[in-house]
Design a protein around this ligand. Structure first.
Ligand code: NAD
Length: 289
């Protein structure tokens, strides 16, 4: 038996069209500002895609790019400007930042109400308290895929491999909020296979090709591969493709979780615009718009 292939590309297209409709219904302009420092080619491609997707969804975007030797204070000044700019709803700082910058101090400078990546401690705290507002896009995309394919987290054993602030931790919180019994595994976990084999829903977010092998997967389980690894064989995930023969549902790489991340970033930008509009009162338009 071969697993149902969870098509993130098709679902992302559908969700992006829904965001575009919701942007029209919102009735006012929605604007995303991105900040990219350095010359990492992958980051330039990702940011380019984010602008393209924003444009298609009717979201305005502003593209701020800087050379890698830019002082951190210049970036903090720009963030302060964008925080104060009423016409900007979402601010995204593309990671990684160059070595001389302190990532947490830069990402934490973003106004939590404009933090479309959901990295600010206020947004992490909201998620932890069960009152999410802006949630990191990748785990949010995973939840949308589970819903689309009728995978019910309630009562399920969910095992998340990886405990980063960007994927593993928020993923675990989202699954917990949907009443899964969640185990978080990481680099120091003893006997990863024993934990993984219990999972009805197994999420791999590590960055190690082929980490999850067929013997680590319960037959019929849902396997979500968040990993993106560039190898000489091209882009591969953290899950050995042979797992398709054991799992009930599984995401491919590429074409699984990856495309969902951008769709969820657009959703978050609209959520930020709606939230800011509510904070201002009932009107949609910001002063001076
Ligand atoms: P990270 O490096 O911050 O975290 C990796 C985690 O894996 C750590 O918590 C670590 O404890 C754990 N780990 C490392 N080795 C392990 C092992 N042998 N066994 C169990 N756990 C182990 O990475 P991240 O930012 O969370 O990203 C994880 C992967 O997801 C990467 O491949 C990244 O490229 C990918 N990613 C994809 C998307 C997307 O849109 N598809 C978005 C973000 C990240």
């Amino acid at each position: 038996m071969s697993a149902v292939r969870m098509d993130g590309k098709a679902l992302a297209e559908k969700l992006r069209a829904v965001v575009a409709e919701d942007v029209r219904a919102f009735g006012g302009p929605v604007c995303l500002a991105t900040i990219l420092v350095g010359d990492d080619p992958a980051s330039h491609v990702y940011v380019g895609k984010k602008h393209e997707a924003s444009h298609e969804a009717g979201i305005e975007s502003r593209d701020h790019r800087f050379p890698s030797d830019t002082p951190e204070t210049d970036i903090l000044d720009l963030i302060a400007e964008l925080n104060a700019d009423e016409s900007v709803d979402g601010i995204l700082v593309q990671l990684p930042l160059p070595e001389h910058m302190n990532e947490p101090s830069v990402t934490r400078a973003v106004d939590p109400d404009k933090d479309v990546d959901g990295f600010h401690p206020i947004n992490a705290g909201r998620l932890f308290l069960g009152e999410p507002l802006l949630v990191p896009a990748t785990p949010l995309g995973v939840m949308a895929m589970l819903a689309e394919y009728g995978i019910e987290p309630k009562g399920a054993e969910a095992v998340v491999i990886g405990r980063s602030e960007i994927v593993g931790k928020p993923m675990s919180m989202l699954l917990l909020a949907e009443h899964a019994t969640v185990t978080i595994c990481h680099s120091r976990t003893a006997d990863l296979g024993a934990h993984a084999r219990r999972a009805d829903i197994l999420v791999a977010a590590v960055g190690r090709p082929g980490l999850v092998t067929p013997d680590m997967v319960k037959p019929g389980a849902t396997v979500i591969d968040v990993g993106v690894n560039r190898t000489d064989k091209g882009l591969v995930g953290d899950v050995d493709p042979a797992v398709f023969e054991v799992a009930g549902h599984m995401t491919p790489v590429p074409g699984g979780v990856g495309p969902m991340t951008i769709a969820m970033l657009l959703r978050n930008t609209l959520t930020a615009a709606q939230h800011r509009s509510e904070l201002r009162g009932t009107g949609v338009a910001a002063p001076g718009r």
